[in-house]
Design a protein around this ligand. Structure first.
Ligand code: CUA
Length: 339
């Protein structure tokens, strides 16, 4: 009996130690960051499992080591061990205990699933379309499509997933939840609910072997503030309700103009926009041109027509197609404002 008491104490100590220093150690987390409401519920379930795992590992290892050490053969002992036939009590116990444990875990698991799939009244619906080997996101409410999943902080999001070819699987480890994405159109749309709780960038990974470039089937998730989300929607949908100058500023950033043209007079790849309007612009070849609205417009549409002195033309001549006339007018208004 004394052996059982000692082993019992050792098992409890080992369980506590394993759980505390391996599974629940704040210094090295076994899980990635926790970035959704759903992740909290899943991690609670993980904690319970880890506690159970700590206990069973301890139970087996402690009993084994204790027996090996304490009941080892004494020097000179050549006899056989004591013979015994079964132990009904022990057998009933090792059938009943695991059975109860598995049932308890099943009930907790079902409760967790219920919490993870909980619906909200204000869900943002996003259609996720998977194909070999990329992800596409459609926002039916805003009538726009994106290759990045942008979602506002603390906003319940309902993903409706479908595949255009084979089975893929949508997985963002920081959100914990994962869902297979099936081909077959309307009849096989799967749903997944996420409420992001951390502003950050994450990666969507495909978690179903789906062909040659399965490993590279990644997409970005950006969790942003509500304000940034609204701005993003406006930018994406090509509508701008601000003043012409402010809209022009937005397009200049979104379409990359300011990557080459500074607005503070510094020289990057192209001439700065600061003070450009109504100035005498020196051209390659020694002549000048008056920097009026017509000059600016023509420079956007036909960048190689008149080259600014000290620069070579590297600007794409496609802005007449990628930008609308209104967007070009607004960019010109922005340049005019930089007197
Ligand atoms: Cu898609 Cu793996």
């Amino acid at each position: 009996m004394i052996h059982f008491v000692i082993v019992g104490i050792l098992v409890v100590a080992s369980t506590a130690g394993l759980y505390r220093f391996v599974f629940d150690n704040p210094n090295f987390s076994l899980l990635p960051a926790q970035a959704s409401t759903q992740a909290v519920f899943i991690d609670e379930l993980f904690q319970i499992h880890w506690l159970v795992i700590s206990f069973f590992v301890s139970l087996i290892i402690v009993f084994l080591l204790y027996s090996v050490i304490v009941f080892r053969r004494k020097a000179g002992d050549e006899g056989d061990g004591e013979h015994f036939e079964g132990n009904t009590q022990l057998e009933i116990m090792w059938i009943l205990l695991p059975l109860i444990l598995v049932l308890v875990v099943a009930v907790i698991g079902a409760q967790t699933l219920d919490k993870v799939e909980m619906r909200s009244t204000n869900e943002l619906e996003v259609k996720v379309i998977a194909s070999q080997w990329n992800w596409r996101f459609e926002y039916p409410e805003y009538d726009l499509t994106s290759d990045v999943l942008v979602i506002p902080l603390n906003q319940p999001v309902l993903l409706k997933l479908t595949s255009e070819d084979v089975i893929h699987s949508f997985w963002v480890p920081e959100f914990r939840v994962k869902q297979d994405v099936l081909p077959g159109g309307e009849d096989f749309i799967k749903e997944l609910r996420i409420t992001p709780t951390k502003i950050n960038d994450f990666k969507i990974r495909c978690a179903e072997l789906c062909g040659q470039r399965h490993y590279a089937m990644l997409a970005d998730v950006k969790v942003v503030s509500e304000f940034e989300f609204d701005n993003w929607i406006v930018e994406q949908s090509g509508e701008c309700v601000l003043s012409a100058e402010e809209c022009g500023n937005r397009w200049a950033n979104q379409f990359g103009c300011v990557a080459c043209h500074s607005i503070d007079g510094s020289k990057i790849v192209g001439p700065s926009w600061l003070g450009l309007f109504e100035s005498e612009v020196p051209l390659v070849g020694g002549t000048t041109v008056f920097g009026d609205e017509d000059y600016i417009r023509r420079s956007i549409l036909e960048p190689d027509f008149q080259i600014h002195e000290g620069f070579v033309n590297l600007m794409p001549s496609t802005f007449g197609e990628t930008l609308t006339t209104e967007q070009i007018d607004q960019i010109i208004a922005f340049i005019i404002s930089l007197k």
